[in-house]
Design a protein around this ligand. Structure first.
Ligand code: ZN
Length: 174
């Protein structure tokens, strides 16, 4: 059986077991999480969400720029009022550059991806800070709600908050 056939078989079992009792379209916890597609992040379990509670928006790296479309829909149409941006240790995005991936796509598939930004990064903490900035710079998403950034440690399963520099600097007295 192919891996997708196995997925379909698992889904059949899931569907048979699922009790469809009063699930709502609007996420009950009114929170959207932007995180990486990494297979080790079991987002709902790791972050304490049950079915129907939260929007989990995933892409390679958990990059905000790629999630803005979904965040706008999540907030404007589906009422979420908090955002957690979660990158993680040992991320695949630390392992390549745009040029390397573009070259591979050209060599292996004959594709010209020179115009595509794959959004790799070299520093996880900085990537979270960059994505907090990317969020703050967007006019499509709400600025009057809590937006916080984290690094998920794939070894320990712990979330560690990344605070913007402004929040980390001690207040200076004159
Ligand atoms: Zn990742």
């Amino acid at each position: 059986m192919s891996v997708i056939d196995e997925m379909l078989a698992a889904n059949s079992r899931y569907a048979e077991e699922l009790a469809r009792s009063g699930q709502q379209l609007l996420p009950a916890a009114r929170v959207a999480v932007v995180t990486c597609m990494d297979a080790r992040i079991e987002a709902a379990t790791a972050f304490g969400f049950q079915v129907g509670m939260a929007h989990i928006i995933r892409n390679a790296g958990g990059r905000v720029s790629e999630a803005l479309r979904s965040l706008a829909i999540s907030q404007e149409l589906l009422g979420t009022r908090a955002v957690a941006i979660i990158h993680h240790t040992d991320c695949g995005m630390l392992t390549f550059t745009d040029d390397q991936l573009r070259r591979r796509l050209r060599e292996n598939l004959g594709a010209n991806a020179d115009h595509v930004a794959f959004l790799p990064f070299t520093d996880i903490e900085q990537s979270v800070l960059d994505d907090l900035d990317a969020y703050r710079e967007s006019k499509m998403v709400r600025q009057d709600i809590p937006v916080r950034g984290f690094i998920f440690d794939v070894q320990t399963g712990r979330l560690n908050e990344v605070l913007p520099a402004t929040a980390r600097q001690p207040v200076r007295s004159r």
